[in-house]
Design a protein around this ligand. Sequence first.
Ligand code: NAG
Ligand code: NAG
Ligand code: NAG
Ligand code: NAG
Length: 528
Amino acid sequence: MELRRLEQTWCLLALLAALITRARPAPNLGLWPLPLSVEMSPRRLLLAPQQFSIDHDPSSKVSRPCNPLQDAFRRYYTYIFYDNKRLQGPAKFENGTQLQQLLVLVTHDSDCNSFPNISSDESYKLNVQGPVSFLSANSVWGALRGLETFSQLIYQDSYGAISINESSIIDSPRFPHRGILIDTSRHYLPVKRILETLDAMAFNKFNVLHWHIVDDQSFPYQSTTFPRGRYSLSHVYTQNDVQMVIEFARLRGIRVIPEFDTPGHTLSWGKGQKNLLTPCYSEEVPSGTFGPINPILNSTYSFISDFFAEISEVFPDEFMHVGGDEVDFTCWQSNPEIEAFMKSSGFEKDFKKLESFYLERLLNIVSSKKKKSIVWQDVFDNKDKLQPGTVVQVWRMEKYSDHEADVTAAGFQVILSSPWYLDYISYGQDWRNYYKVDPLDFSGSQEQKQLVIGGEACLWGEYVDGTNLTPRLWPRASAAGERLWSNENVRDLTDAYDRLTAHRCRMVRRGIAAQPLYVGYCDHQLNV
Ligand SMILES: *[C@@H]1O[C@H](CO)[C@@H](O)[C@H](O)[C@H]1NC(C)=O
Ligand SMILES: *[C@@H]1O[C@H](CO)[C@@H](O)[C@H](O)[C@H]1NC(C)=O
Ligand SMILES: *[C@@H]1O[C@H](CO)[C@@H](O)[C@H](O)[C@H]1NC(C)=O
Ligand SMILES: *[C@@H]1O[C@H](CO)[C@@H](O)[C@H](O)[C@H]1NC(C)=O
């Protein structure tokens, strides 16, 4: 009898609990990319704009003024209070513990004027409690990642109160190189759109902008030493523009790696530089068209050396992407001077040897400027002699995991892009395919796997300009973003869908025109 009553009471309580839960579902915060460890309590803290601040912890070891942090404190304060202002009318504040301050502690000596690099420590710990919460990180760059997470924890309750639950988060990235490739040659992208891309990258914890700045179609980079083939006088990136992009990126912990792709993909270079490109022949006379860079002239190498001296000054990153993909041999084959050079050099009819001849000299020039090279996989496949420390970007779709195995077996580091060519568009939720990938899913030793330093989502520009860059990138690139940041066991597609839907709505609130994943709506009243 007693037992039965107990059972009934328990059933009633369970039903009540279920009803309460249904009435007040835990908000889907849309944490993205998912941190390594998240512990969340049901203790809620309230935030009010006039009674909350983000500050340096007094013992923080950063040089002052610390622009990356000062700038981020302002940015995230705005995201917290103004982008969360979604309810009509005044919010009904309940009484509760307030969160008054977030103190940011950088534990290792940090020079706030330096640039992030491949070995930057992006880990952080976040301890949310009232009335003062703490974010600690070994470096400024980790603190930036932690501020993003802090802002993602904030939600509005159903009365509009800006809230955060007490919680404890420990986080660090799985891979150090997490990039987005943009292409400003096929179409010019306005600087404003590039800056917007950097903002969205920070929301997704990406840390490398791979700027494929020039190609066959145009040369919008305004060189201080050489005038080139741009689309028009206004479709250029001046030195000021470039510095603005680099600094905007730095303030978000993002590296800018420029790509000046040679010896193919260079038609636009020829417009400004005489004798740089190979004249193609047709029936033994010059046809008036041009092919790849002419590898047999000494003038080519003095030009390349001067030009790379300029750009290694302009772009501070330790790495330079030198391309080396898709070299078309037909023009070289048609040219009698090249034929004679091939004969005298003992290359027989093997144009891959001529390509190697060029690329090896190029790589030597780049390393003489104290820069490391990133090359497309073609350079490795062609068996060119690579400097130790050269990074190979794997992009061909067929059997890419075999390629990762081959490149790492040879001792070179890999950046994976094959599964993340976002310029391929199709009906449906293609983000799922990007999400399912695992960059370490190839057969190889532990040492080999450690050579995979990350990946890049690539948005080539044949069909992309300033009008559709942002919606085509986001949230599709976010899938690669989580794959590159979060633990390898974060793979649940249903959970990812729910979080990404909320994250996408947050990006929209912050002014990023991210396209929808599927049917539904962004609820600006509940935190969905
Ligand atoms: C946050 O706290 C509220 C209030 O206690 C609770 O209803 C909610 O489930 C908590 N959210 C999470 C994600 O734990
Ligand atoms: C909230 O706290 C204030 C000050 O302590 C008190 O005057 C007020 O009645 C409280 N409101 C509620 C709804 O408990
Ligand atoms: C990366 O940055 C850190 C901190 O500024 C610095 O100590 C380190 O030497 C840099 N590494 C490289 C490879 O530049
Ligand atoms: C090109 O440079 C090489 C090596 O410096 C030199 O031997 C050769 O004579 C030069 N060729 C011309 C045409 O100047």
